[in-house]
Design a protein around this ligand. Sequence first.
Ligand code: C2E
Ligand code: CA
Ligand code: CA
Length: 412
Amino acid sequence: MCFLDLDGFKSVNDQYGHEVGDQLLVAVSGHLKSVLRGDDTLARLGGDEFVVLLSEVGSTEECMLVLDRILQAVAAPVLVGNITVNVTCSVGVSLYPQDNVDPDTLLRHADQAMYVAKEAGKNRYQLFDPESDRVAQEHRQFLELLSQALGRDEFALFYQPKVDLFDGEIMGVEALIRWHHPQRGLLAPAEFLPHLRGHELEGAFGQWVLDAALKQVSQWADAGFSIRISTNVSAHYLLSADFCDHLAQSLALYPNVPPDFLELEIQESAEADVERTIETLQRCRQLGVHFALDDFGTGYASLNYLRRLPVETLKIDNSFIHDMLTSADDRHIVEGVIQLAAIFNRKVIAEGVETLEHGAALRALGCRYAQGFGIARPMEAAAVPDWCRHWRDDAVWRQLDPGAAGLDIQMK
Ligand code: C2E
Ligand code: CA
Ligand code: CA
């Protein structure tokens, strides 16, 4: 089943009038008929849309041969009066029984494929792919589910402390999203965030996170517990037109939270978005918030970008921290980033600090701030104030000893 739509028919109508348009349709039908066989069916659905039913097609290859002939037939110049008119067509095709559905769905699938052909540049055909359609459908359903779950308030933020390895101070907490799934239990962001990427729903989630984080800090402040917070902001949400306004509105809702208590962790932008990112960060900084560059070392950032980007902090990605005690390469990367941060006058924090030995090694290399399971796992809001009290009392960080890391590094 082929769904065929002429490319540029409207402009023929606009340019030469409907009379010429009508005659063009008649001529195109004639051209189409000439490449079809006796038991094929050609129908005009309306406007410049046609449906061709090819029967007894032996293979996909055979079908493609006919489709090439159809494209050529439609693209042939048409003489109307003394005007030569050129149009092409885009064709979407569904194959039965590979796509084993009822006739109406077969037609809808052909229509869908036709849109793909248009998107891909017109004057071409596109076969409907049941497998990729299934994936696309699941994706849509999952997004729907996420949207409902957001409405039902099934998401929560967990908080992971960031500390100063030199004096044990608690710098703040990073808010990390979780999904209390009614059937599957507590889900990590990797289970659902990737589905949101680039979708408009990502903005709704981004807003929810900002709001929930500020609300939490505000409640803590009311209870006499003062702490800074970081949230993760996806590139898509950061670069959306309303981001700064949303941020300003959220901050205004919680006047007892000083804007500089909020840090936004952003990822390195793709080359094309560098200027927009810089501009957005500059606008947001006027509100008083801070920025950190997350997962540093894994993206595209050039030194020139780094120099111009108004972020206070670089966050060394945990992939480098993980093996820094055993891999000289990784340790050199960590050292390099620490030095880079010093040169560019930025703070540097290590994430994924899983043991005290990692902490000791980082401190010895001059990395002042750290976060990771070795300090604390992400925890529910209710656990944060107690954890902070214990951290200060226990003073485990005092035990950090570069010798323990087996490193021959001078303490700075
Ligand atoms: P990230 O920003 O790099 O966050 C750090 C991730 O590493 C968190 O995973 C954290 O639980 C985990 N982690 C912390 N310490 C350690 C450690 O010592 N060892 C190891 N192996 N892992 C550690 P999580 O919470 O699953 O988040 C994964 C990613 O999802 C985050 O990576 C962030 O990119 C994204 N994410 C989380 N929450 C949000 C959010 O609210 N908004 C957006 N846009 N992204 C979020
Ligand atoms: Ca982060
Ligand atoms: Ca990371």
